[in-house]
Design a protein around this ligand. Sequence first.
Ligand code: R1P
Length: 278
Amino acid sequence: MSRTKHRPQVSIICGSGLGMLADSLECQDQFSYSDIPGFPQSTVQGHAGRLVFGELKGKSCVCMQGRFHMYEGHSLLKTTFPIRVFKLMGVQTLIVTNAAGSVADHLHPGDIMIIKDHINFPGLVGLNPLHGPNDERFGPRFPAMSGCYNRELRSLAHEISKQLDIAGLVQEGVYAMVGGPNFETIAEARMLHRMGVDAVGMSTVPEVVVASHCGLQVFGLSLITNKVVKSYDDSDCVNHDGVLEVGRLRSQTVQQLVTEVISRMEINNNIDRMSNAV
Ligand SMILES: O=P(O)(O)O[C@H]1O[C@H](CO)[C@@H](O)[C@H]1O
């Protein structure tokens, strides 16, 4: 914290191909992850590996240009380490973005899904970033996860998408995290569909669980970059380059939506900075 004058209230995690979200920050201070003690390295194409501080519409922000995924070999504790760092800095809100495949038939590549809820597949089988001794200074042993995607921010985003004339692209839905790094088989895709999953990806949920545990309000967006193949007659085949390409094509729209949400969200100026406590 001594190397930047920014005291962020909002943190943003950029999904695959969405690193440009950091570009709109003014008065930037940038730090490579390799220069930050305790931070893992980004190893995935489309994740630059930089922490960017700056101002956006009068709000102080910190942006992860590059996130960590479990499939890179990081422990879940490591993948979510930045969230606790943000909490200690006084951040109140986490905005998560990701690239995801559409499982629901009504979502198409290029659409934006406001995350209403999630299914934590790794968590359901025991891979949870909150495993191990609980640090009560961050949050309770048994945190509730119902309502972890802030209702007011979701409704604000819908309102903004109407004003930006992109409401036709924006829907709400359930995101499921799978472990990756392989994409889904057709049988897995069909299972996800029957389970009520709207979009699937390999990230986000551990970050949201840790953020929710330590009392951050969370807003999440999935950019639908591909459809998940559910038919044996469909010869489509997803690949990471295609995912990044849709990210590039829709980057400006996602940026506009995120910027407006940040601009209009309420910030509590009685910040709860824990840096003296932990
Ligand atoms: O979730 P983000 O980081 O946006 O990336 C998504 O895109 C990659 C696959 O193309 C996977 O890492 C998946 O999780």
